[in-house]
Write a protein that binds this ligand. Sequence first.
Ligand SMILES: O=C(O)CCC(=O)C(=O)O
Ligand SMILES: [Fe+2]
Length: 213
Amino acid sequence: MQYSLFEAPRNEASPYKLPLSEADVRYFPSALSQDDADSFFALLKNELPWQQDTIKLFGKSVKIPRLQSWHGDPECTYTYSNLTMAPNPWTKSLSSIKAKCEALCAQSYGTRFNSVLANWYRDGKDSMSFHSDDEPELGMNPVIASVTLGEARPFVFKHKETKEKYTQVLEHGSVLIMAGATQSHYVHGIAKTAKPIGGRINLTFRHLIQRAR
Ligand SMILES: O=C(O)CCC(=O)C(=O)O
Ligand SMILES: [Fe+2]
């Protein structure tokens, strides 16, 4: 059977390009096989040193509504909402998922990642508020690869000027690549839900630029 361009099965070789103006976002629904996604979920859940960090918001200390773990090459210290994190080392699973993301990026961007922020959303009460990944150490127009394991959650983009929203459900084993001017024009986030849902791990692979000391 022949597929027309529009009926082509969604697979790793043909990402879905999100219909967002002034952005470059590609979605690979089954970048990881079901078996790999299942085993990485179980491994990472147990092996990463998850912690609930505290950030300063308007002068007040607040616990973030999820657990996090920051990993990367030794020089990759990261500052996020006044929180400075020294990197934990790469684990075998993280390095192997990183290689997969680099392969997906190879043709269009050639990005090599040197760090990853892991987030553990324990249930529907855990969330991430709207933000852009636009810290100076990410440089202009960063390429960020976001891997989802576990419960699928809606990922919402909101245009900074028009406020227009677009939602992509991020499924188990998927990879979403944000590139180009995406961070300049959009914020993104994961909302809370009252539905009884399971846990989700998200990994955002990043390339940090070293600042001159
Ligand atoms: O959990 C997600 O899908 C989003 C994570 C995210 O935006 C981030 O880590 O910067
Ligand atoms: Fe983000």
